[in-house]
Every structure is written in C-alpha cells, then in structure tokens.
Design a protein around this ligand. Structure first.
Ligand code: DC
Length: 258
C-alpha cells in the first residue's frame, strides 16, 4: 500500500490507542477548506495512514504531461491515447511519506514519490492544476484509481481526503466528515498562503479561481463533489486547523466509546 507509517507524532493531544481493528475516516470538501492539513494532522494523532487523493490525480496528470513532452505530442493528444493512460494508471508506483515541520512555522507536509523519484514540488504547478480535469472528469480513469486508493486502508485503516472519499471510494467508512468554508474565507487563506512572490494573484483572482473549481468539482458527471450520505458537515470559517483537528478527534472518540 502507498504509505509509510508516520514516525513522528504531532498535534496537541495524545495519540489514541486503536480500539477497533480497522478505522476508515473520510474527509471530503471543496478546494481550500483545509482538508490536506487537517487530514494529515488527524492521521498523525490517530496513528493511521493518510491518503491525500488529490495527489493521486495530480500525479497521473503530471506523468501524462511529461510523457507528452517525451513523445513530442500535445497534452490533449496524450490523454486521448486511452490505453497508454490506463496502463500508466495501472502501473502507478506511488508512495507517500510524512515530513514533519523542521521549523515549527507550519505543520509539515506530505512527500510524494513515484518509484524513487520525489515529485512533491511538481504537483502544484499551474500546468498540472489546469489539466487535472482530464483525469478527474473521466469515469474510466477514475475507476482505474479505485484499487490503489482502497489499498491504503488495508492495514489499520486510513484517514482519506478528497472529493469522493465518503461517496464512492469508501462508502462504508466508519466516520465521514465534510469540511466546508465560505469561498471568501477559502480565498483569504490561499491569498495569505502565497506570500509576496512575484507571481502573486490578487484576492479577487483567487476567489474567482476557487469558485470556478467549485463549479467544476460539483458539476462533473463522474463522482462529483457532494456531501456523502451520513457525513457530518464541519464549517471551518471560524476554526484554525488545530481546532478543527481537536473537534474531529472528539467525534472519533465519541464513536469509539459509545
Ligand atoms: O485536493 P486537490 O486540490 O489537490 O485536488 C485537485 C483536483 O483533483 C480537484 O480539483 C479535483 C480532483 N480530485 C478528484 O476529482 N477527486 C478526488 N478524490 C480528489 C481530487
């Protein structure tokens, strides 16, 4: 399975001893609601593997773009070579490794490897982000990624985040969360995150990009972003990542000790 156990535990609370044999927790929600940080920290607190499914979609997109460059064809053309893309998906050798923060200024991050190659830095490029829809909107490509995602829960379980974790990938999850925040708050967080680099986008541009991604994620035919049945909606407008994790840990404890 594509994870390595967290060697370092972070967060404010104690690690909870596993009581049930296997625990599957899903966290879905729109872009910028804090899913990546919150799901990472929750997995560390619970000592469970962490699946960031967005990274899988990003990796397939990146590898396809690279293949297009090698073969000297356009991006559109490479995604039309369906057998080649399906083969790439079936042979994906992906591992995630958790990297704790070294400065304490942030909460650390997830490193992504394809074979031995570390690709984390390449996954957030504009070229990748703007082409993900070619994978995300395609039912057959999505289907090819199901086994890989489910394999992450084969051991102790998983904390899985994305758009369709509770609705399609893990419909029988023990606990489902839907992290939400207003589009203005999500845009505000992204705006602050980007710092003062030259490529900075204005707040209005970021807001527009976020609302456009929401429309695409919610409106697509295959596995659209929805509130999965049985999911608890958590609005994070007024919550920090740590406060959100504390709340989710509380819900996990309730579930375990009832
Ligand atoms: O979580 P993220 O922003 O890294 O995800 C990038 C894109 O990948 C998102 O806009 C839609 C797609 N995605 C998806 O279709 N299904 C998932 N479970 C996760 C991501």
């Amino acid at each position: 399975p594509p994870w390595s156990s967290p060697s370092n535990r972070q967060g404010s609370g104690e690690t909870i001893d596993p009581v049930v044999e296997r625990l599957i927790i899903t966290i879905d929600g729109p872009a910028g609601a804090g899913k990546s940080t919150v799901s990472r920290l929750l997995a560390l607190r619970l000592d469970l593997p962490h699946l960031n499914s967005g990274f899988i979609y990003r990796t397939v997109t990146l590898l396809a773009i690279e293949r297009a460059a090698v073969e000297g064809c356009g991006i559109e053309e490479i995604f039309e070579r369906r057998a080649a893309i399906l083969e790439l998906i079936a042979g994906l050798e992906l591992t995630f490794r958790d990297e704790p923060s070294d400065s304490g200024a942030d909460s650390g991050r997830t490193l992504v490897f394809v074979g031995e190659r570390e690709i984390s830095g390449d996954l957030k490029s504009v070229e990748v982000t703007s082409n993900i829809w070619r994978v995300a909107n395609d039912g057959e490509y999505r289907g090819g990624l199901l086994a890989l995602q489910r394999s992450c829960a084969e051991g102790a379980g998983v904390v899985a985040e994305g758009r369709d974790m509770g609705s399609v990938v893990f419909p029988d999850a023990d606990l489902k969360f839907y992290l939400d925040a207003s589009s203005r708050e999500r845009a505000r967080r992204r705006f602050l995150e980007q710092g003062a680099s030259e490529a900075s986008m204005s707040f209005e541009e970021i807001l527009e990009a976020i609302e456009s991604r929401d429309r695409k994620d919610r409106g697509r035919e295959n596995s659209p972003l929805i509130v999965p049945e049985g999911a608890l909606i958590v609005n994070t407008d007024e919550l920090s990542a740590e406060q959100t994790v504390d709340f989710l840990v509380g819900e996990v404890e309730k579930k375990r000790f009832v």
